[in-house]
Design a protein around this ligand. Structure first.
Ligand SMILES: [Zn+2]
Ligand SMILES: [Zn+2]
Length: 266
């Protein structure tokens, strides 16, 4: 009940990003998509309303991931990524340095058939198999699925095969993995936002937890040191003022060598 109220209530809408008005073409379908934290797969970080006519890359461009942000800050961001939905890899190959993340997986499936089949059998045995049988009835789940790969910007969401409520994989920056869930699908109605360019529409955003400076305990931390010999904790968090006061001399030269990173939030 909570979920249904959530996706039909227009008051949950938090951000309307565009000024340009692009009319909705009827009939249109709205999907409610949830994104989960990379480490804690039960912690929802974002929720979107996405139009059935939109593609997965449009959703991807709106997913917030701390690893993406850190890699961008370091100037080492990799535009590659994929969604694994049922047996299909939807690869992001829009930008020229992108690589096909699914290729080594397909190579492994081809070159180590027995190992892959063994792993699949192991995954499908026990509790999970029982649950799948309950859900899918007599469907054949014993054999390794024949995976395929497509470009995520070439297919709209409604042409993807998916099951409501199932957890699928979103992978970015090589190995940062999030679970995504398509929670609900319904027709668009008059109370929905009627501007196509406002979708994917963010309806929930988890407020990130941010460490305070370990020294002044007043300001939010923006620097984090690791194995810092003079700091009380490891890792240790500093606001920019305390960090420079404790690590640099008045003439801006370094007091002692240490490893430091930009810190955003947990
Ligand atoms: Zn991530
Ligand atoms: Zn401070």
């Amino acid at each position: 009940m909570r979920s249904l109220r959530f996706i039909t209530s227009p008051v949950k809408v938090k951000s309307l990003k565009s000024r340009e008005h692009v009319p909705i073409f009827y009939p249109e379908v709205v999907l409610c998509v949830e994104i989960y934290h990379k480490k804690n797969s039960s912690l929802k970080t974002q929720e979107f309303l996405v139009l059935g006519s939109q593609t997965l890359d449009e959703l991807r461009d709106n997913i917030y991931c701390l690893t993406d942000k850190l890699m961008e800050t370091a100037g080492q961001s990799d535009p590659s990524g994929y969604f694994l939905i049922e047996d299909t890899f939807y690869n992001d190959l829009r930008n020229s340095p992108s690589i096909d993340y699914s290729k080594p997986i397909f190579d492994w499936l081809k070159n180590a058939k027995n190992e892959a089949a063994e792993k699949w059998e192991y995954i499908m045995s026990g509790e999970l198999k029982k649950k799948q049988k309950e859900l899918l009835g007599d469907l054949d789940i014993a054999n390794l699925p024949s995976f395929k790969a497509v470009h995520m910007h070439k297919l709209d969401l409604l042409t993807c095969d998916f099951r409501l409520g199932a957890g699928y994989l979103y992978c970015t920056q090589g190995n940062c993995k999030h679970i995504i869930v398509i929670r609900d699908v319904r027709m668009i109605h008059s109370e929905d936002v009627q501007n196509q360019s406002d979708y994917p529409l963010l309806t929930f955003q988890l407020r990130p937890r941010q460490q305070k400076c370990s020294v002044c305990k007043i300001y939010h931390a923006t620097k984090m040191t690791v194995d810092d010999k003079w700091s009380p904790k490891n890792p240790c968090y500093f606001c920019i003022k305390c960090y420079f006061l404790l690590h640099y001399k008045e003439d801006n030269s370094l007091l002692y060598p240490h490893a430091v990173f930009d810190y955003f939030h947990e």
